[in-house]
Design a protein around this ligand. Structure first.
Ligand code: ADP
Ligand code: MG
Length: 237
């Protein structure tokens, strides 16, 4: 008797957890290109998570976003889907260079984001690449010179290429994504971020994601975002 009561409680908990994660909306209902819908289907995703439901529509319209939500809520797709869609819709060509730059604090996180980006791009001709500390800089420079439309990078190495790789075309940047901004600052990349922001075109969309809010973060928000739409700032914390 006691056991089945426990099981019932477990079931209820699971139902509640799913309700706190998924929205009712499906990716197939989004106003995005067929190539993206096909990839999303092949990756096995059907319903949007709550943070995706809130964050994707304003980002698709080109708004800046300031989003706070806990780990595991589905932030990666919530920035990759709208930014890739905007790039594709604009008919962005390879030789125009980097349309989307995603900055993430660590090599591990960058690699994870890169793998998702690669899958999402599998039915498009846009190029993609990953640049990060601890790998061959000259090899990366050669890759950048051949143009990387969707670029995932750690802050230090990105700044290095912005300063030292002449063939790196970033002047046509459409969207900058700053993922785990609190971690980026915690790891001491404040000065690098300021330099990166001063080098990148200021006419762009910026999406900033962070799990926590700090004073240092306020400064970064001020210098990077323009009238952002706030996503999940109160209810998620
Ligand atoms: P965050 O960056 O917020 O920590 P991630 O983007 O890494 O979260 O996603 C966490 C996990 O949830 C990943 O395994 C991802 O594949 C999965 N996920 C994200 N969105 C969905 C979705 N709409 N449906 C099912 N699983 C999803
Ligand atoms: Mg993440």
């Amino acid at each position: 008797q006691k056991n089945s009561e426990n099981e019932e409680k477990e079931d209820e908990k699971e139902t509640e957890e799913i309700a706190n994660f998924f929205s009712k909306k499906k990716f197939s209902d989004l106003d995005i290109c067929d190539e993206l819908k096909q990839s999303i289907g092949e990756m096995g995703f059907n319903k949007l998570t709550l943070i995706q439901e809130k964050g994707i529509p304003p980002a698709l319209k080109g708004h800046d976003i300031l989003a706070a939500s806990k780990t595991g809520s589905g932030k990666t797709l919530s920035f990759l889907i709208p930014t890739i869609n905007l790039m594709h819709k604009a008919g962005f060509r390879r030789e125009q260079g980097s349309a989307i730059i995603i900055i993430s604090p660590t090599r591990e996180l960058s690699l994870q984001i890169y793998q998702v980006a690669k899958e999402l791009l599998s039915h498009m001709s846009h190029t993609h690449g990953l640049i990060m500390g601890g790998t061959s800089q000259s090899h990366e420079a050669k890759k950048l010179e051949k143009h990387v439309n969707v670029l995932v990078a750690t802050p230090g190495r990105l700044l290095d290429h912005l300063l030292n790789t002449p063939g790196f075309v970033y002047q046509n940047l459409m969207t900058l994504v700053i993922d785990e901004a609190d971690q980026i600052l915690k790891q001491g990349f404040e000065e690098q971020m300021n330099q990166i922001l001063s080098l990148l075109p200021s006419e762009r969309q910026t999406l900033l994601y962070s799990a926590t809010q700090t004073k240092k973060l306020d400064d970064l928000i001020r210098v990077s975002l323009k009238s952002p739409v706030l996503v999940g700032l109160d209810e998620e914390q």
